[in-house]
Design a protein around this ligand. Structure first.
Ligand code: ATP
Ligand code: MG
Length: 446
Protein backbone atom coordinates (compact mmCIF):
# COMPACT_ATOMS: atom_id res chain seq x y z
CA UNK A 1 0.00 0.00 0.00
CA UNK A 2 1.53 3.27 -1.08
CA UNK A 3 0.39 6.75 -0.25
CA UNK A 4 1.87 9.72 -2.07
CA UNK A 5 3.08 12.07 0.63
CA UNK A 6 3.47 15.79 -0.08
CA UNK A 7 7.07 17.10 0.03
CA UNK A 8 6.65 18.87 3.37
CA UNK A 9 5.17 15.76 4.94
CA UNK A 10 8.11 13.68 3.74
CA UNK A 11 10.48 16.35 5.00
CA UNK A 12 9.03 16.27 8.52
CA UNK A 13 9.10 12.48 8.71
CA UNK A 14 12.66 12.33 7.30
CA UNK A 15 13.91 14.96 9.74
CA UNK A 16 12.61 13.10 12.78
CA UNK A 17 13.77 9.73 11.47
CA UNK A 18 17.27 11.09 10.75
CA UNK A 19 17.40 12.33 14.33
CA UNK A 20 16.71 8.76 15.46
CA UNK A 21 12.96 8.91 16.15
CA UNK A 22 9.96 7.16 14.62
CA UNK A 23 7.46 9.34 12.86
CA UNK A 24 4.29 8.66 10.87
CA UNK A 25 1.46 10.53 9.21
CA UNK A 26 -1.60 9.48 11.21
CA UNK A 27 -5.37 9.67 11.51
CA UNK A 28 -7.62 11.56 9.12
CA UNK A 29 -4.93 12.18 6.49
CA UNK A 30 -4.17 8.47 6.16
CA UNK A 31 -7.88 7.64 6.05
CA UNK A 32 -8.58 10.27 3.40
CA UNK A 33 -5.56 9.27 1.30
CA UNK A 34 -6.65 5.63 1.29
CA UNK A 35 -10.12 6.75 0.22
CA UNK A 36 -8.64 8.74 -2.65
CA UNK A 37 -9.67 12.02 -1.04
CA UNK A 38 -7.30 14.92 -0.64
CA UNK A 39 -6.53 15.34 3.10
CA UNK A 40 -7.19 18.86 4.32
CA UNK A 41 -4.36 18.63 6.82
CA UNK A 42 -1.61 16.27 7.84
CA UNK A 43 -1.00 15.17 11.43
CA UNK A 44 1.98 13.25 12.74
CA UNK A 45 2.69 10.87 15.55
CA UNK A 46 6.23 10.34 16.79
CA UNK A 47 8.35 8.72 19.46
CA UNK A 48 10.07 12.10 20.00
CA UNK A 49 9.03 14.04 23.12
CA UNK A 50 7.73 17.62 22.70
CA UNK A 51 11.12 19.09 23.70
CA UNK A 52 12.83 16.83 21.15
CA UNK A 53 10.43 17.95 18.42
CA UNK A 54 11.22 21.60 19.15
CA UNK A 55 14.93 20.83 19.09
CA UNK A 56 14.79 18.89 15.81
CA UNK A 57 12.88 21.77 14.21
CA UNK A 58 14.81 24.60 15.87
CA UNK A 59 15.30 26.23 12.46
CA UNK A 60 11.49 26.37 12.03
CA UNK A 61 8.85 28.38 13.77
CA UNK A 62 7.06 26.06 16.19
CA UNK A 63 3.97 26.53 18.30
CA UNK A 64 3.15 24.88 21.57
CA UNK A 65 -0.36 23.61 20.80
CA UNK A 66 -0.59 21.60 23.99
CA UNK A 67 2.78 20.48 25.24
CA UNK A 68 1.14 18.76 28.17
CA UNK A 69 -0.65 16.54 25.66
CA UNK A 70 2.45 16.25 23.53
CA UNK A 71 1.48 18.41 20.57
CA UNK A 72 3.81 20.84 18.84
CA UNK A 73 2.98 22.53 15.55
CA UNK A 74 5.81 23.02 13.08
CA UNK A 75 5.18 25.78 10.58
CA UNK A 76 6.56 25.23 7.13
CA UNK A 77 5.63 27.28 4.06
CA UNK A 78 2.96 28.93 6.17
CA UNK A 79 1.23 25.61 6.92
CA UNK A 80 0.83 24.24 10.46
CA UNK A 81 1.79 20.62 10.85
CA UNK A 82 0.78 19.13 14.19
CA UNK A 83 3.20 16.62 15.61
CA UNK A 84 2.17 14.65 18.68
CA UNK A 85 4.23 12.32 20.84
CA UNK A 86 2.94 8.72 21.04
CA UNK A 87 0.39 8.97 23.77
CA UNK A 88 -1.62 6.75 26.03
CA UNK A 89 -4.43 8.48 27.84
CA UNK A 90 -4.58 8.00 31.61
CA UNK A 91 -7.54 7.58 33.93
CA UNK A 92 -10.65 9.55 33.19
CA UNK A 93 -12.59 11.17 35.97
CA UNK A 94 -15.06 12.88 33.66
CA UNK A 95 -16.09 12.37 30.08
CA UNK A 96 -14.06 15.16 28.58
CA UNK A 97 -10.37 15.36 29.06
CA UNK A 98 -7.78 12.82 29.96
CA UNK A 99 -6.61 13.61 33.51
CA UNK A 100 -3.13 12.75 32.61
CA UNK A 101 -1.35 11.66 29.53
CA UNK A 102 1.57 9.39 29.54
CA UNK A 103 3.77 9.16 26.55
CA UNK A 104 4.34 5.77 24.99
CA UNK A 105 7.32 4.33 23.23
CA UNK A 106 5.38 2.22 20.73
CA UNK A 107 3.07 3.34 17.99
CA UNK A 108 0.61 0.56 18.85
CA UNK A 109 -0.29 2.22 22.15
CA UNK A 110 -0.91 5.49 20.39
CA UNK A 111 -3.14 3.96 17.75
CA UNK A 112 -5.27 2.17 20.31
CA UNK A 113 -6.25 5.43 22.05
CA UNK A 114 -7.76 6.76 18.81
CA UNK A 115 -11.50 6.79 18.29
CA UNK A 116 -12.35 4.66 15.24
CA UNK A 117 -10.46 1.99 13.35
CA UNK A 118 -10.48 4.05 10.14
CA UNK A 119 -8.85 6.90 12.09
CA UNK A 120 -6.29 4.65 13.75
CA UNK A 121 -3.88 4.01 10.91
CA UNK A 122 -0.40 5.44 10.43
CA UNK A 123 1.89 5.64 7.43
CA UNK A 124 5.44 6.41 6.46
CA UNK A 125 7.50 5.32 3.49
CA UNK A 126 9.90 3.21 5.54
CA UNK A 127 7.30 1.03 7.30
CA UNK A 128 4.31 1.43 4.97
CA UNK A 129 0.82 1.30 6.45
CA UNK A 130 0.55 0.52 10.15
CA UNK A 131 -2.94 -0.84 10.69
CA UNK A 132 -3.24 -2.73 13.96
CA UNK A 133 -7.01 -2.41 14.41
CA UNK A 134 -8.44 -3.50 11.10
CA UNK A 135 -8.96 0.02 9.79
CA UNK A 136 -8.27 -0.85 6.19
CA UNK A 137 -10.96 -3.54 6.09
CA UNK A 138 -13.46 -1.21 7.72
CA UNK A 139 -12.55 1.46 5.21
CA UNK A 140 -13.13 -0.97 2.37
CA UNK A 141 -16.56 -1.93 3.66
CA UNK A 142 -17.42 1.58 4.80
CA UNK A 143 -17.76 0.92 8.51
CA UNK A 144 -17.29 3.14 11.57
CA UNK A 145 -16.15 0.96 14.45
CA UNK A 146 -14.67 1.94 17.79
CA UNK A 147 -11.14 0.89 18.57
CA UNK A 148 -11.67 -1.38 21.59
CA UNK A 149 -14.83 -1.54 23.70
CA UNK A 150 -17.37 1.06 22.49
CA UNK A 151 -18.99 1.61 25.91
CA UNK A 152 -15.60 2.30 27.47
CA UNK A 153 -14.52 4.54 24.64
CA UNK A 154 -17.68 6.67 24.80
CA UNK A 155 -17.39 6.92 28.56
CA UNK A 156 -13.83 8.16 28.21
CA UNK A 157 -14.88 10.89 25.79
CA UNK A 158 -18.53 11.27 24.86
CA UNK A 159 -17.74 13.57 21.96
CA UNK A 160 -16.82 10.37 20.11
CA UNK A 161 -20.57 9.63 19.93
CA UNK A 162 -21.08 12.70 17.80
CA UNK A 163 -17.86 12.09 15.89
CA UNK A 164 -19.14 8.64 14.89
CA UNK A 165 -22.30 10.24 13.54
CA UNK A 166 -20.25 12.90 11.81
CA UNK A 167 -18.01 10.39 10.05
CA UNK A 168 -21.04 8.30 9.06
CA UNK A 169 -22.67 11.42 7.55
CA UNK A 170 -19.56 12.75 5.83
CA UNK A 171 -18.06 9.50 4.58
CA UNK A 172 -21.40 7.83 3.95
CA UNK A 173 -20.36 4.90 6.16
CA UNK A 174 -22.53 2.70 8.29
CA UNK A 175 -21.91 2.36 12.00
CA UNK A 176 -21.01 -1.13 13.14
CA UNK A 177 -23.69 -2.76 15.30
CA UNK A 178 -21.92 -2.79 18.69
CA UNK A 179 -20.68 0.76 18.17
CA UNK A 180 -24.17 1.82 17.13
CA UNK A 181 -25.82 0.16 20.14
CA UNK A 182 -23.32 1.83 22.46
CA UNK A 183 -23.98 5.21 20.83
CA UNK A 184 -27.68 4.90 21.59
CA UNK A 185 -27.06 3.55 25.10
CA UNK A 186 -24.58 6.26 26.05
CA UNK A 187 -26.09 9.21 24.20
CA UNK A 188 -26.93 11.14 27.39
CA UNK A 189 -23.20 11.50 28.11
CA UNK A 190 -23.14 14.13 25.38
CA UNK A 191 -24.80 16.40 27.93
CA UNK A 192 -21.40 16.82 29.58
CA UNK A 193 -19.54 17.92 26.46
CA UNK A 194 -18.63 21.56 25.85
CA UNK A 195 -20.89 23.40 23.40
CA UNK A 196 -17.94 24.45 21.24
CA UNK A 197 -16.92 20.85 20.58
CA UNK A 198 -20.53 19.87 19.90
CA UNK A 199 -20.94 22.81 17.53
CA UNK A 200 -17.91 21.90 15.42
CA UNK A 201 -18.97 18.27 15.02
CA UNK A 202 -22.63 19.13 14.42
CA UNK A 203 -21.82 21.55 11.60
CA UNK A 204 -19.64 18.95 9.90
CA UNK A 205 -22.32 16.30 10.38
CA UNK A 206 -25.00 18.52 8.84
CA UNK A 207 -22.84 19.15 5.78
CA UNK A 208 -22.23 15.45 5.21
CA UNK A 209 -23.62 13.78 2.11
CA UNK A 210 -25.55 11.31 4.24
CA UNK A 211 -26.65 13.79 6.91
CA UNK A 212 -30.29 12.88 6.24
CA UNK A 213 -29.76 9.23 7.06
CA UNK A 214 -27.89 10.04 10.27
CA UNK A 215 -30.46 12.62 11.39
CA UNK A 216 -33.23 10.06 10.99
CA UNK A 217 -31.52 6.98 12.37
CA UNK A 218 -29.92 8.75 15.34
CA UNK A 219 -32.55 11.33 16.13
CA UNK A 220 -32.49 10.36 19.80
CA UNK A 221 -28.83 11.40 19.92
CA UNK A 222 -29.60 14.69 18.18
CA UNK A 223 -32.34 15.22 20.79
CA UNK A 224 -29.75 15.13 23.57
CA UNK A 225 -27.94 18.14 22.14
CA UNK A 226 -31.05 19.90 20.80
CA UNK A 227 -34.01 18.82 22.97
CA UNK A 228 -36.18 21.49 21.28
CA UNK A 229 -36.32 19.28 18.18
CA UNK A 230 -38.14 16.54 20.08
CA UNK A 231 -41.46 18.34 19.61
CA UNK A 232 -41.13 17.87 15.85
CA UNK A 233 -40.61 14.09 16.03
CA UNK A 234 -43.68 12.30 14.63
CA UNK A 235 -45.61 15.58 14.74
CA UNK A 236 -48.23 15.14 12.03
CA UNK A 237 -49.01 18.25 10.02
CA UNK A 238 -52.59 17.68 8.82
CA UNK A 239 -52.36 19.87 5.78
CA UNK A 240 -52.47 19.19 2.06
CA UNK A 241 -49.07 20.79 1.67
CA UNK A 242 -47.32 18.08 3.64
CA UNK A 243 -47.04 14.33 3.45
CA UNK A 244 -44.44 13.95 6.19
CA UNK A 245 -44.37 14.75 9.91
CA UNK A 246 -42.43 17.88 10.84
CA UNK A 247 -39.16 16.11 11.60
CA UNK A 248 -39.19 13.98 8.46
CA UNK A 249 -40.00 17.05 6.41
CA UNK A 250 -37.14 18.86 8.16
CA UNK A 251 -34.65 16.12 7.34
CA UNK A 252 -35.77 16.05 3.70
CA UNK A 253 -35.35 19.83 3.54
CA UNK A 254 -31.81 19.53 4.96
CA UNK A 255 -30.99 17.02 2.24
CA UNK A 256 -32.43 19.28 -0.48
CA UNK A 257 -30.11 22.20 0.16
CA UNK A 258 -26.42 22.54 -0.67
CA UNK A 259 -23.98 21.52 2.08
CA UNK A 260 -23.29 24.99 3.43
CA UNK A 261 -23.36 25.22 7.26
CA UNK A 262 -25.65 28.24 7.38
CA UNK A 263 -28.16 26.83 4.92
CA UNK A 264 -28.16 23.38 6.49
CA UNK A 265 -28.66 24.81 10.00
CA UNK A 266 -31.48 26.96 8.65
CA UNK A 267 -33.28 23.94 7.22
CA UNK A 268 -32.76 21.95 10.43
CA UNK A 269 -34.61 24.59 12.42
CA UNK A 270 -36.91 26.23 9.87
CA UNK A 271 -40.08 24.53 11.14
CA UNK A 272 -39.10 24.06 14.79
CA UNK A 273 -41.85 26.55 15.75
CA UNK A 274 -44.63 24.46 14.22
CA UNK A 275 -45.60 22.25 17.16
CA UNK A 276 -46.04 25.35 19.33
CA UNK A 277 -48.21 27.25 16.85
CA UNK A 278 -50.59 24.62 15.53
CA UNK A 279 -54.27 25.55 15.26
CA UNK A 280 -57.09 23.55 13.66
CA UNK A 281 -59.78 25.20 11.55
CA UNK A 282 -63.44 24.11 11.38
CA UNK A 283 -62.65 21.79 8.48
CA UNK A 284 -60.06 19.99 10.53
CA UNK A 285 -57.08 21.38 8.61
CA UNK A 286 -54.13 22.65 10.61
CA UNK A 287 -52.39 26.00 10.38
CA UNK A 288 -49.13 27.25 11.80
CA UNK A 289 -49.42 31.03 11.92
CA UNK A 290 -46.26 32.76 13.06
CA UNK A 291 -44.28 29.54 13.21
CA UNK A 292 -41.52 31.43 11.39
CA UNK A 293 -41.26 34.07 14.13
CA UNK A 294 -41.54 31.57 16.96
CA UNK A 295 -39.04 29.32 15.18
CA UNK A 296 -36.56 32.13 14.68
CA UNK A 297 -36.72 33.01 18.39
CA UNK A 298 -36.23 29.38 19.44
CA UNK A 299 -33.36 28.98 17.00
CA UNK A 300 -31.63 32.05 18.36
CA UNK A 301 -31.59 30.52 21.86
CA UNK A 302 -30.37 27.16 20.57
CA UNK A 303 -27.58 28.64 18.47
CA UNK A 304 -26.48 30.92 21.32
CA UNK A 305 -26.28 27.91 23.60
CA UNK A 306 -24.16 26.15 20.99
CA UNK A 307 -21.80 29.15 20.91
CA UNK A 308 -22.34 29.90 17.23
CA UNK A 309 -20.99 33.31 16.13
CA UNK A 310 -23.50 36.19 16.39
CA UNK A 311 -23.39 37.02 12.71
CA UNK A 312 -24.17 33.41 11.83
CA UNK A 313 -27.07 33.38 14.31
CA UNK A 314 -28.49 36.58 12.86
CA UNK A 315 -28.30 35.32 9.30
CA UNK A 316 -29.89 31.97 10.12
CA UNK A 317 -32.68 33.60 12.12
CA UNK A 318 -33.43 36.03 9.29
CA UNK A 319 -33.75 33.13 6.87
CA UNK A 320 -36.05 31.27 9.25
CA UNK A 321 -38.13 34.37 9.94
CA UNK A 322 -38.78 34.85 6.20
CA UNK A 323 -38.67 31.26 4.95
CA UNK A 324 -42.43 31.10 4.47
CA UNK A 325 -42.85 34.47 2.80
CA UNK A 326 -44.65 34.17 -0.53
CA UNK A 327 -42.48 36.05 -2.99
CA UNK A 328 -44.09 37.14 -6.26
CA UNK A 329 -42.31 38.26 -9.40
CA UNK A 330 -43.23 41.85 -8.67
CA UNK A 331 -40.44 44.39 -9.04
CA UNK A 332 -41.61 46.86 -6.39
CA UNK A 333 -42.34 44.13 -3.89
CA UNK A 334 -38.98 42.43 -4.43
CA UNK A 335 -37.10 45.71 -4.12
CA UNK A 336 -38.86 46.25 -0.82
CA UNK A 337 -37.59 42.89 0.42
CA UNK A 338 -34.12 43.64 -0.90
CA UNK A 339 -34.16 46.92 0.97
CA UNK A 340 -35.13 45.22 4.20
CA UNK A 341 -33.14 41.99 4.00
CA UNK A 342 -30.26 42.62 1.57
CA UNK A 343 -29.20 40.74 -1.56
CA UNK A 344 -27.36 37.95 0.22
CA UNK A 345 -30.31 36.95 2.40
CA UNK A 346 -32.69 37.17 -0.55
CA UNK A 347 -30.55 34.85 -2.67
CA UNK A 348 -30.30 32.43 0.23
CA UNK A 349 -34.05 32.63 0.82
CA UNK A 350 -34.60 31.41 -2.69
CA UNK A 351 -32.48 28.32 -1.94
CA UNK A 352 -34.26 27.81 1.38
CA UNK A 353 -37.72 28.05 -0.15
CA UNK A 354 -36.84 25.72 -2.97
CA UNK A 355 -35.50 23.10 -0.56
CA UNK A 356 -38.61 23.53 1.57
CA UNK A 357 -41.04 23.13 -1.35
CA UNK A 358 -39.24 20.05 -2.61
CA UNK A 359 -39.66 18.46 0.83
CA UNK A 360 -43.42 19.12 0.85
CA UNK A 361 -46.18 17.06 -0.75
CA UNK A 362 -46.75 17.35 -4.49
CA UNK A 363 -49.88 19.45 -3.86
CA UNK A 364 -49.41 22.65 -5.89
CA UNK A 365 -45.70 21.99 -6.10
CA UNK A 366 -45.39 23.02 -9.73
CA UNK A 367 -47.20 26.28 -9.07
CA UNK A 368 -45.06 27.01 -6.03
CA UNK A 369 -41.85 26.29 -7.90
CA UNK A 370 -42.84 28.30 -10.91
CA UNK A 371 -43.79 31.38 -8.85
CA UNK A 372 -40.57 31.05 -6.92
CA UNK A 373 -38.56 30.64 -10.12
CA UNK A 374 -40.16 33.70 -11.72
CA UNK A 375 -39.49 35.73 -8.56
CA UNK A 376 -35.90 34.60 -8.58
CA UNK A 377 -35.48 35.60 -12.21
CA UNK A 378 -36.83 39.04 -11.44
CA UNK A 379 -34.60 39.28 -8.36
CA UNK A 380 -31.59 38.40 -10.50
CA UNK A 381 -32.59 40.95 -13.10
CA UNK A 382 -32.85 43.69 -10.45
CA UNK A 383 -29.47 42.79 -9.00
CA UNK A 384 -27.73 42.55 -12.37
CA UNK A 385 -29.18 45.78 -13.65
CA UNK A 386 -28.04 47.46 -10.42
CA UNK A 387 -31.38 49.20 -10.03
CA UNK A 388 -31.62 51.11 -6.80
CA UNK A 389 -33.24 49.39 -3.81
CA UNK A 390 -31.37 50.86 -0.83
CA UNK A 391 -30.03 54.17 0.46
CA UNK A 392 -26.48 53.39 -0.56
CA UNK A 393 -27.53 52.98 -4.20
CA UNK A 394 -29.50 56.19 -4.31
CA UNK A 395 -28.21 59.07 -6.45
CA UNK A 396 -28.39 61.48 -3.50
CA UNK A 397 -26.91 61.21 -0.02
CA UNK A 398 -27.41 62.98 3.28
CA UNK A 399 -24.58 65.36 2.34
CA UNK A 400 -26.51 66.44 -0.76
CA UNK A 401 -29.55 67.21 1.37
CA UNK A 402 -27.44 69.29 3.78
CA UNK A 403 -26.17 71.16 0.78
CA UNK A 404 -29.70 72.25 -0.14
CA UNK A 405 -30.53 73.33 3.40
CA UNK A 406 -31.52 70.25 5.43
CA UNK A 407 -30.22 70.42 9.02
CA UNK A 408 -31.28 67.81 11.49
CA UNK A 409 -30.53 64.11 11.27
CA UNK A 410 -34.21 63.29 11.55
CA UNK A 411 -35.16 65.56 8.64
CA UNK A 412 -32.43 64.13 6.47
CA UNK A 413 -33.24 60.56 7.40
CA UNK A 414 -36.95 60.99 6.78
CA UNK A 415 -36.47 62.62 3.39
CA UNK A 416 -33.98 59.96 2.27
CA UNK A 417 -36.53 57.25 3.15
CA UNK A 418 -39.27 59.11 1.25
CA UNK A 419 -37.02 59.46 -1.79
CA UNK A 420 -36.15 55.78 -1.65
CA UNK A 421 -39.84 54.82 -1.45
CA UNK A 422 -40.47 56.87 -4.57
CA UNK A 423 -37.49 55.50 -6.47
CA UNK A 424 -38.54 51.95 -5.62
CA UNK A 425 -42.16 52.42 -6.63
CA UNK A 426 -41.09 54.20 -9.79
CA UNK A 427 -42.58 57.64 -9.15
CA UNK A 428 -39.13 59.24 -9.20
CA UNK A 429 -36.11 58.24 -11.30
CA UNK A 430 -32.86 57.54 -9.46
CA UNK A 431 -31.43 60.75 -10.77
CA UNK A 432 -29.68 63.34 -8.64
CA UNK A 433 -31.35 66.36 -10.16
CA UNK A 434 -34.85 64.91 -9.98
CA UNK A 435 -34.39 63.72 -6.40
CA UNK A 436 -32.93 67.00 -5.20
CA UNK A 437 -35.67 68.96 -6.87
CA UNK A 438 -38.27 66.83 -5.08
CA UNK A 439 -36.41 67.14 -1.78
CA UNK A 440 -36.15 70.89 -2.22
CA UNK A 441 -39.88 71.28 -2.82
CA UNK A 442 -40.57 69.17 0.28
CA UNK A 443 -38.17 71.35 2.25
CA UNK A 444 -39.61 74.63 0.94
CA UNK A 445 -43.09 73.49 1.95
CA UNK A 446 -42.01 72.64 5.48
P1 ATP B 1 -10.95 15.64 9.85
O1 ATP B 1 -11.05 15.21 8.44
O2 ATP B 1 -12.17 16.32 10.35
O3 ATP B 1 -9.71 16.41 10.21
P2 ATP B 1 -9.79 13.69 11.53
O4 ATP B 1 -10.00 12.22 11.65
O5 ATP B 1 -8.46 14.16 11.11
O6 ATP B 1 -10.92 14.26 10.62
P3 ATP B 1 -9.37 15.28 13.85
O7 ATP B 1 -10.35 15.86 14.79
O8 ATP B 1 -8.52 16.17 13.04
O9 ATP B 1 -10.18 14.29 12.92
O10 ATP B 1 -8.47 14.30 14.70
C1 ATP B 1 -7.28 13.70 14.19
C2 ATP B 1 -7.15 12.29 14.70
O11 ATP B 1 -7.07 12.29 16.12
C3 ATP B 1 -8.33 11.40 14.38
O12 ATP B 1 -8.22 10.81 13.10
C4 ATP B 1 -8.25 10.38 15.49
O13 ATP B 1 -7.25 9.42 15.22
C5 ATP B 1 -7.78 11.20 16.67
N1 ATP B 1 -8.89 11.75 17.46
C6 ATP B 1 -9.46 12.96 17.33
N2 ATP B 1 -10.41 13.17 18.24
C7 ATP B 1 -10.45 12.06 19.00
C8 ATP B 1 -11.22 11.66 20.13
N3 ATP B 1 -12.16 12.45 20.64
N4 ATP B 1 -10.97 10.44 20.67
C9 ATP B 1 -10.01 9.65 20.14
N5 ATP B 1 -9.27 9.97 19.08
C10 ATP B 1 -9.46 11.15 18.51
MG1 MG C 1 -7.71 16.20 10.98
Amino acid sequence: MRIVLPENVKFIIDRLQSAGYDCYAVGGCVRDSLMGREPHDWDFTTSALPGDIERVFDDHKTLDIGKRYGTIAVIRDGVHYEITTYRVDGDYSDTRHPDEVSFASEIGADLSRRDFTVNAMAYNERDGLVDLNGGRGDLQYGVIRCVGDPDERFNEDALRILRALRFAAVLGYSIEQKTSDAILRNRKLLGGISPERIRDELLKLLCGEKADFVLRRYRSVIAVIIPELKGTFDFEQNTKHHNRDVYRHTVAAVRNIEPDPMLRVTMLFHDIGKPLTQTTDKNGACHYRNHQTVGAAMTKEILKRLCMPNLFIDEVCTLIRWHDERFRPDTVLLKGYLRKLGARAMKNLYKVQRADILAQSSYMRDEKLSTLGASYNELTRILESRECYNLRMMAVSGADLIHIGYHTGAEIGDMLEILLDKVIDGTLPNDKEALLSYAKSGFDKA
